[in-house]
Design a protein around this ligand. Structure first.
Ligand code: ZN
Length: 322
């Protein structure tokens, strides 16, 4: 342990003594974002961690299809930046969208967050999406990737292109359709997942979202999965949100002082989601082997859900939220 870590350690100690334990006092948004969940044994300096993440992210981008549509990319990046800004993370974030129908998101050490199109399409509103992204940001803030590496896998680091799984339900990139990065690393420990759940709820809450949306998303996916086993997210069924996890999440929500109002949703989210569905549908006309017919259903070809009068099918008018 070194340098300014001591300060941060003290800070987070105070915060946790005040907040979590014993006291009935609930957390308010001002209490959040000033602690250092990344403290603890770690052989990586922040700088090294960022460099590692950058390298891994480059590998991901080489292998995955990154959605470069400016509207979609900009929106997701902005959403991620806002959540990161409300977190404890000490690294700058980069948020990109991977063209994959698997419902997933993951974060690499050092602040490289990837969100699958499947996740955006399956989220019911912006708060649900934010909840999953906040969970991933929490993994970064708590430096789970490099801590895990420090714990036992250090020898492997040099030889294997590692991917630190940040799959919010504990599943990972190797299962995300279009990516096949060799994986030398495992999922995070249960304790880490639980910490990411706790912190993620705090971050989304501080950013103004109703934390219960995180649980709503579990339920939504579970329902979809029951209706069409395997169709929504086959990986979800192998890493379900256990009762334990849901219970923990709900009790953590109780630790947060209710706010008079939350950002439940934005129209921008729906515009981006619709646009994404349209882009995928259009592309699908060219690509035969893509499988998820469910994607087609949301916005059938030619359907103008916005009611706008755009002459050009490819460029719907996207209205900005004020
Ligand atoms: Zn996780």
């Amino acid at each position: 342990m070194k340098r300014s870590t001591v300060f941060l350690l003290l800070g987070s100690l105070c915060a946790s003594v005040l907040a979590a334990k014993g006291k009935q006092q609930k957390l308010s948004p001002d209490d959040i974002g000033h602690s250092d969940p990344g403290k603890g044994v770690n052989f990586y300096s922040i700088e090294k961690e960022i460099a590692l993440g950058k390298q891994l992210a480059a590998e991901v981008e080489r292998q995955a299809k990154i959605v470069d549509d400016p509207e979609v990319a900009e929106y997701i990046n902005r959403l991620g930046q806002n959540l990161a800004h409300n977190s404890d993370a000490q690294v700058p974030f980069t948020c990109k969208v991977i063209d994959s129908t698997e419902v997933n998101a993951f974060a690499l050490p050092g602040g490289y967050l990837f969100v699958n199109t499947g996740l955006i399409l399956r989220a019911g509103d912006e708060a649900e999406l934010a909840g999953v992204m906040a969970h991933e940001i929490a993994h970064v803030a708590a430096r789970h990737g490099t801590k895990q590496a420090t714990r036992g896998q250090l020898a492997n680091l040099a030889s294997i292109p590692l991917i630190f799984l940040g799959g919010w339900a504990g599943y990972g990139i190797q299962e995300a359709a279009s990516v096949a990065v060799p994986m030398g690393f495992l999922k995070f420990s249960r304790g880490m997942e639980q910490q990411a759940d706790t912190l993620g709820l705090e971050y989304m809450y501080k950013a103004g979202y109703d934390p219960t949306a995180f649980v709503d998303f579990f339920e939504r996916i579970e329902t979809l999965e029951k209706k069409k086993p395997g169709a929504v997210a086959k990986v979800f069924s192998t890493h379900p949100p256990t009762e334990d996890r849901v219970r923990h999440t709900q009790s953590e929500i109780q630790q947060l002082a209710p706010l008079p109002e939350y950002v439940l949703d934005t129209s921008e989210f729906h515009q981006v989601r619709d646009r994404l569905a349209m882009l995928l549908r259009e592309r699908k006309g060219d690509i035969k082997d893509d499988n998820r017919p469910t994607l087609l259903r949301r916005t059938p070809r030619g359907t103008d859900t916005n009611g706008d009068d755009s002459k050009d099918d490819e460029r719907p008018t996207l209205k900005r939220r004020q």
